[in-house]
Design a protein around this ligand. Structure first.
Ligand code: PSU
Ligand code: MN
Length: 319
């Protein structure tokens, strides 16, 4: 009984989470705020390009009338809202930042290890800071088994975070390197509503449509905000996933996509890639093997998702 309280006494959330002045002021004034993750920048995009994307994301949030809050762990603290220099550090080629899922936050803070947050950790932090809307690229999901394996047991903590945290996540579905069917089944089991944005099908990240139909669809930011507003008034509800397909002009050619995917899976097997390295290695393969086509696609979809998230956050803030 009295073994835990010692640790708890030392637990001071106010000193662990540092909220940037601009974000704090926006929250206090009831303005729309959009959480942005950092793993997509540090581990999902190459250095140089990632810094430009970071800037663009913050700009589109502001244009839509909300305030951006990029989240990362720097200098032993969880940072909610980064300044220019912190964004530079996050995006540097030699940043030394590690990918931090929800379970990694305590160890990283204690060991003073700088790191980038995934959807799972960003959602948890956003909620703790009082932010309800979060825009990103792709959600983690259930991985397909590698050749010769019965099951991968690789299920992203992003799914549990959505099941536990009252946050709206706007993404372009999950990458086709995942088991989309299993991912959607798990989201159903964990009571996470999946809403299509101007689509009746779950999007496939680089592709606008997967083979899987969705039960719910909205067509405007206002409708999306209506759904979020109602969802959070229903007792016991948590996360909600808004699935926004990649803009049509950036959708990848299906044949190129399928080839990249097949080669990527082979590469993982040959190199014995496991755990948290799987997603970054696959993304890197897509970016290099497609000569940047997947990079343009990635940027276009994340910009669209973050814009939509900001429009919804601005609408929710008016209620
Ligand atoms: N999917 C992408 N780009 C990304 C990620 C996923 O297309 O950058 C990142 C996100 O941060 C996501 C994480 O939360 O990878 C999922 O990693 P894992 O599958 O190891 O849980
Ligand atoms: Mn995983």
């Amino acid at each position: 009984m009295d073994r835990c309280p010692v640790a708890r006494k030392e637990w001071r959330p106010v000193t662990i989470i540092a909220i940037a002045d601009e974000v704090r002021a926006a929250l206090a004034a009831g303005r729309g705020v959009v959480a942005l993750e950092s793993t997509i920048l540090s581990h999902g995009l190459p250095s140089g390009r990632n810094r430009k994307v970071a800037e663009r994301l913050e700009a589109v949030v502001r244009e839509a009338g909300a305030v951006p809050a990029t989240i990362a762990v720097l200098d032993g603290k969880i940072r909610v809202g980064l300044d220019e220099r912190q964004l530079d550090r996050l995006c540097a080629a030699d940043s030394g930042l590690v990918k931090l899922s929800k379970r990694d936050l305590g160890p990283a803070i204690a060991m003073n290890q700088d790191g980038a947050t995934t959807v799972a950790s960003t959602a948890a932090i956003a909620h703790a800071a009082g932010i309800g809307v979060f825009g990103t690229g792709g959600l983690g999901g259930v991985h397909l088994p590698l050749p010769g394996k019965h099951s991968s047991w690789d299920v992203s903590a992003d799914l549990d975070a959505l099941a536990e945290t009252p946050v709206l996540v706007v993404s372009s579905g999950v990458k086709s390197v995942l088991d989309i069917e299993a991912t959607l089944e798990l989201l159903e089991t964990r009571s996470v509503p999946v809403i299509g944005y101007q689509t009746d099908h779950f999007p496939g990240f680089y592709l606008r449509e997967s083979a899987y139909a969705l039960s719910w669809r909205v067509d405007t930011p206002k409708q999306a905000a209506d759904v979020v507003h109602a969802h959070w008034q229903v007792p016991g509800q948590a996360g909600i996933l808004l699935a926004n397909p990649i803009p049509p002009e950036y959708e990848m050619d299906r044949e190129l996509h399928d080839q990249l995917l097949a080669d990527g899976v082979k590469l993982l097997d040959e190199r014995g890639v496991q755990g948290r390295d799987v997603t970054p290695v696959l993304l890197e393969h897509f970016h290099t093997a497609s000569s940047g086509v997947s990079l343009d696609a990635n940027e276009a979809l994340v910009v669209a998702n973050v814009t939509l998230a900001a429009q919804i956050a601005a609408d929710l803030a008016e209620r």
